[in-house]
Write a protein that binds this ligand. Structure first.
Ligand code: BES
Ligand code: ZN
Length: 627
C-alpha cells in the first residue's frame, strides 16, 4: 500500500470550495432552478464532478497489473479544461488509495481532499488547481476488492493455466479503477500504457493489439471522446481470430474456434447496421469472449464488446446479443444517456435497433419472435414491480439509489415498445429517417429525456396528437396503446403446448425445424403446474436438462425448481456455480427461495458459487439471500 500523504482534512476543503461556489446571485439561482431540465442543467446525481467548473478532456493512464496482489498501480494523468476561475477539480473515486497528486509538466505537488464515503458513490477527490492548470496527475492504487474488477484464478478460466482480469465499469464502477469524472454526460479521449505478465495479453475499449508481444507492455489509444462507463480493460491468455475485414473475435485459445464459428456473421451485422442508420464511427468492431463469471450477457465497450460465453450455443442462435451490443455503437456510445435516469434512451433504442439488424440478417418472422419474447418480459416485469411502481416509468428517479436499480425490462422493453409505437404511427420510412438523423445530429453528445421529446416533436410535427408521449415516458405500468406484435411461428408453438397439455405425447409434437426462440417460447409457456412424470416425459423427448443452450437450460431449470424435478438438480447446481450472468441467476435463486427446502439448497449452492461471481452479481444476490 502507498503511504498516504498530503491528505487535507475534507471539511476544511469543503468549506473553502463552498465559499467559492456561492458567487451566483440568489435571484439568478432561483430562476435557474425553475426551468425544466435541459441538456445543460440536468444534474447527474451519481457524480461528484462539477463539469461547469473544470472538466476532464483526455485521460492518459499508465498502470501495472499485479495479479499476485490483485491491484492496479499507477498514474492517471488528466488533461482538463478550466471553465471559469475554478480552483478545484472534482473527481469520482471509490476504494482507491491516492498516493500523491501533481500538476502540469513539472509535476509540482498540490493539495487534495478525499471526501467522506457515500453509499454507491464512493468518495469525492477534490484537487486544488490553478486557473491555468492543464494537466493533473493522480498516483494511485486500486483495492483488491475493487467493484469493477474481477480477478479470476486459473481454475475459473477455460484454459485453467493462467489468471484472468476483466473490468465492468457501467454504470458507476469506473471510479473503482480510475480516478475520473464518472458521469455519462462527460466525455474524454484516452490513451493507456498497461503492463501485464509477459505470458498474457491486454485489451481495452480502444485500438487493440492482435497478438502478445515480448515485453508485456501494451499501448492503447481511443481518439473518440467517450464517457467513463465505457472504459474497459481485460487481461488474460487471450488470442485473436479475424471474422471480416473490420471485425474479429478475442477469446482464450480453448474457446477461440467455437467463438469464431458462433460470431461468423459479425461483419454482416455491421453492414446491416450501417445500411440502416449510417456509418459506423469507431473503426474496428471486435468482440471479446470472457470466462463464464462475466455478470452480463454483453457490454458495449467501444471497439471491443465484452461478452459472456453462455451465448456460445454452437448454432449461432443467441447472436442477437451481438447485434444488441453492436447497435450500442450508435445508441449509447455515439448518443449517450446524459444521466442514469435517462437509461431508457440507451437501452430502448438499442433493443429496437438490435431487432432491426436481426430482421435484415434473417427475416421479419425471426425479429417478430424476439419482439414477442420482449413484450412478454415487459409484462412480467410490470407485474413483478406492480403497475403503480415508479420503477415502471421510462424516465427514472434514481436519486439516492444505485443506478443498477434502473436496469430492468422497463428501460429495454418499454423503451423499445415506445419506439415501435412511433414507427407504427409515422411509418417505417419516416421513422428510419428520424432515427438516422437523431444519431447523426447528436453524435458524441449526451441526450436526456426532455431534450429527446423536444427533438421528436420538432422532427415529427403533430406526433404528440397521435401518441401520448407524456404518458409513455412519465406514466406508470403498461400504456393502453402497446404496439401490436404477433409471431406466426409462435402461434404454432402455442398450439404444440396446447396439444401436449391435452394429451398428445411430447414425441409426437410438431417441433421439427424449431429455432431456439421457438423452444424458449415453448418452455416458457409450459403449464404452471406439472407432475414429475410430465417433466420427465418432456426431458426424455427433448433433452432439456442437457441443453447446451444457456437460455433454454435456464428457462427449463426454472421449471425444475418450481416442480421439484430432482433429476435436474445436479445440472442446476453446476449451472449456478459456473455461470455468473446475473440475468440467469436472479430468477433461479428467486424460484428456489419460494420454499424452505429450496432456500436451503439456494444457500448451500450460493456458498460454493459466490466466489465465482462478479461484484455486481454478488451485491444483488447478497441482498436477495439475506432476507
Ligand atoms: N449495457 C448493457 C449492460 C449493462 C447495463 C451493464 C447497465 C451495467 C449497467 C448491455 O448492453 C446489455 O444490455 N446487456 C444485456 C444483453 C442484451 C441482449 C439485452 C445483458 O447483459 O443481458
Ligand atoms: Zn444494452
Amino acid at each position: 500500500m502507498f503511504p498516504v500523504k498530503k491528505i487535507v482534512v475534507y471539511s476544511t476543503m469543503a468549506l473553502a470550495f463552498a465559499a467559492c461556489q456561492s458567487t451566483t446571485p440568489k435571484e439568478e439561482k432561483k430562476s435557474m432552478d425553475q426551468t425544466a431540465p435541459t441538456a445543460t442543467t440536468a444534474k447527474d446525481v451519481h457524480t461528484f464532478a462539477q463539469p461547469d467548473e473544470a472538466v476532464v478532456k483526455h485521460l492518459k493512464l499508465d498502470v501495472k497489473v499485479d495479479f499476485a496482489q490483485k491491484v492496479l498501480t499507477g498514474k492517471a494523468s488528466l488533461q482538463i479544461e478550466n471553465r471559469g476561475q475554478a480552483d478545484s477539480l472534482r473527481l469520482d473515486t471509490r476504494q482507491l488509495t491516492i498516493e500523491k497528486v501533481t500538476l502540469g509538466e513539472s509535476e509540482e505537488a498540490t493539495t487534495y481532499g478525499l471526501g467522506a464515503e457515500m453509499e454507491h458513490l464512493g468518495q469525492e477527490l477534490a484537487i486544488k488547481i490553478k486557473p491555468d492548470t492543464k494537466w493533473v496527475h493522480v498516483y494511485y492504487q486500486t483495492h483488491p476488492e475493487a467493484a469493477a474488477l474481477q480477478w479470476l484464478n486459473p481454475q475459473q478460466t477455460a484454459g485453467k493455466k493462467h489468471p484472468f482480469l476483466f473490468t465492468q465499469s457501467q454504470a458507476i464502477l469506473a471510479r473503482t479503477w480510475v480516478p475520473i469524472q464518472d458521469s455519462p454526460g462527460i466525455r474524454f479521449t484516452y490513451e493507456a500504457t498497461v503492463q501485464v505478465p509477459k505470458e498474457l495479453l491486454a485489451v481495452m475499449s480502444a485500438d487493440n493489439p492482435q497478438q502478445k508481444n515480448a515485453t508485456g507492455t501494451y499501448q492503447f489509444n481511443m481518439d473518440k471522446p467517450i464517457p467513463a462507463y465505457l472504459l474497459a480493460l481485460s487481461v488474460g491468455d487471450i488470442a485473436f481470430a479475424p471474422v471480416g475485414s473490420r471485425t474479429g473475435v478475442y477469446a482464450e485459445p480453448a474457446t477461440l474456434e467455437k467463438a469464431s464459428y458462433e460470431f461468423a456473421e459479425m461483419e454482416k451485422m455491421l453492414e446491416a447496421a450501417e445500411k440502416l442508420y449510417g456509418p459506423y464511427a469507431w473503426g474496428r468492431y471486435d468482440l471479446l469472449v470472457l470466462p463464464p463469471s462475466f455478470p452480463f450477457g454483453g457490454m458495449e465497450n467501444p471497439k471491443l464488446t465484452f461478452a459472456t460465453p453462455t451465448i456460445l450455443a454452437g448454432d449461432r442462435s443467441l447472436t442477437s446479443l451481438v447485434a444488441h451490443e453492436l447497435a450500442h455503437s450508435w445508441s449509447g456510445n455515439l448518443v449517450t444517456n446524459q444521466t442514469w435516469n435517462d437509461f431508457w434512451l440507451n437501452e430502448g433504442f438499442t433493443v429496437y435497433f438490435e431487432r432491426r439488424i436481426m430482421e435484415e440478417l434473417y427475416s421479419k418472422d425471426y425479429a417478430d419472435m424476439l419482439k414477442v419474447l420482449g413484450l412478454q418480459e415487459l409484462k412480467g416485469t410490470v407485474e413483478e414491480f406492480g403497475k403503480d411502481s415508479e420503477d415502471t416509468q421510462l424516465k427514472l428517479n434514481l436519486t439516492g439509489r444505485n443506478p443498477d436499480d434502473g436496469v430492468s425490462d422497463i428501460a429495454y422493453e418499454k423503451g423499445n415498445a415506445l419506439l415501435l409505437r412511433l414507427e407504427e404511427t409515422v411509418g417505417r420510412e419516416k421513422w428510419d429517417a428520424f432515427v438516422k438523423n437523431y444519431f447523426q445530429s447528436f453524435s458524441f453528445q449526451s441526450m436526456n429525456t426532455e431534450r429527446f421529446i423536444t427533438y421528436l416533436k420538432k422532427q415529427l410535427p403533430g406526433i404528440e396528437n397521435k401518441v401520448n408521449i407524456q404518458e409513455w415516458i412519465y406514466g406508470k405500468g403498461l400504456p393502453a396503446d402497446l404496439p401490436d406484435v404477433k409471431s406466426v411461428r409462435f402461434e404454432a408453438v402455442e398450439k404444440a403446448v396446447q396439444d401436449w397439455s391435452t394429451g398428445t405425447p411430447a414425441k409426437q409434437l410438431a417441433t421439427k425445424d424449431w429455432s431456439s426462440h421457438e423452444w424458449l417460447h415453448f418452455i416458457r409457456h409450459l403449464p404452471n403446474s406439472m407432475t414429475t412424470a410430465q417433466m420427465s416425459e418432456l426431458d426424455k423427448a427433448f433433452k432439456f436438462t442437457n441443453s447446451g443452450n444457456s437460455e433454454l437450460l435456464a428457462a427449463w431449470l426454472g421449471h425444475a425448481v418450481k416442480h421439484q424435478y430432482e433429476p435436474a438438480y445436479p445440472a442446476l447446481e453446476k449451472f449456478l456455480v459456473n455461470v455468473g450472468r446475473r440475468k440467469f441467476l436472479t430468477p433461479l435463486y428467486g424460484e428456489l427461495l419460494k420454499t424452505p427446502e429450496g432456500k436451503q439448497r439456494a444457500l448451500a449452492i450460493y456458498a460454493k458459487a459466490r466466489p465465482n461471481y462478479h461484484f455486481v452479481a454478488v451485491s444483488t444476490l447478497d441482498a436477495m439471500l439475506k432476507k
